[in-house]
Design a protein around this ligand. Structure first.
Ligand SMILES: Nc1ncnc2c1ncn2[C@@H]1O[C@H](COP(=O)(O)OP(=O)(O)OP(=O)(O)O)[C@@H](O)[C@H]1O
Ligand SMILES: [Mg+2]
Length: 263
């Protein structure tokens, strides 16, 4: 049984009133009849051009937004019928890492508070136990424990992404959606983060949905690759199949657009 099973998933966003008058409204089929399985322990790379629906699909997979139709099973459970309290429980197992981990966070939070917040919400424990956990998490992502008392803005982009990863790991999740986690970073810093994600996967048995528009990054990390184009998965296969014998014209164009990099 796959860890994540997505069946005929769709998300339609209504468009606002037309600026040209006449009240004409349209809709965007951001995700259009997508079926996908993600096996426990694998990294499924999700590639596609800007606006193809990658982030929408990633958010749907975690039920951070509600689909228009279709179904999502996580670890054998139907996520869409889960009650609020069940969802709260399941959420511990499913986390997301963003391109900019601190875009939405209070800049007055210390790193310690940022990392410990999921623990405060989901796992009541003493302050001293929380400190111990936070230190472990910082070490796991390659940061010194002294980082705990500093503020996120004091760190470089790569270090901030490490803090974001530590936060995502706080509740020992099974499944992580990484939405363009290295797209804002220099190639060499991004490569270090990709290596860290690979190492954490081995250490903690994580399953990833790794979203990127960069084929070289995805090729390095992914077990399989799904290619998304205008809301649909046009091709899915092993990393070797997709990078050596892409069947869909769009997959080929993605490969041609991205030169090799050394990760
Ligand atoms: N909340 C929303 N309301 C309306 N339309 C949306 C919303 N979120 C996404 N869309 C639209 O859905 C489509 C898919 O967007 P999405 O962000 O999933 O693409 P993406 O592949 O992640 O792109 P990028 O590579 O730029 O991050 C786009 O046309 C986008 O404008
Ligand atoms: Mg996106």
């Amino acid at each position: 049984m796959a860890l994540v099973e997505i069946r005929n998933l769709a998300k339609v966003f209504p468009l606002g009133e037309s600026i040209f008058g006449g009240g004409a409204k349209g809709e965007v089929r951001a995700v259009d009849d997508v079926s996908l399985e993600i096996e426990a322990g694998e990294t499924l790379g999700l590639v596609g051009e800007s606006g193809s629906g990658k982030s929408t699909l990633g958010r749907l997979a975690l039920r951070l937004i509600e689909p228009t139709s279709g179904s999502i099973r996580f670890d054998g459970r139907d996520l869409l019928v889960a009650s609020g309290s069940d969802m709260r429980r399941y959420r511990r197992d499913m986390q997301i890492i963003f391109q900019d981990p601190f875009g939405s966070l209070d800049p007055r939070f210390r790193v310690e508070d940022v990392i410990a917040e999921p623990l405060i919400v989901h796992e009541p424990m003493s302050r001293s136990m929380r400190r111990v956990r936070t230190t472990e998490l910082l070490r796991a992502v390659g940061l010194d424990e002294s980082a705990a008392q500093r503020f996120p803005h004091e760190f470089s982009g790569g270090q901030r992404q490490r803090i974001g990863i530590a936060r995502a790991l706080a509740l020992k999740p099974k499944f992580i959606v990484a939405d363009e986690p290295v797209s804002a970073l220099d190639v060499s810093v991004g490569a270090q983060i990709v290596n860290l994600l690979a190492q954490l996967q081995r250490e903690f048995g994580l399953t990833y949905l790794f979203i990127s528009h960069s084929m070289p990054v995805v090729r390095y990390l992914a077990t399989r690759i799904a290619v998304m184009y205008r809301g649909k998965i046009v091709e899915v296969g092993s990393t070797t199949e997709i990078t050596e014998e892409p069947k869909h014209a769009y997959s080929r164009s993605l490969l041609e657009a991205t030169p090799e990099i050394a990760v």
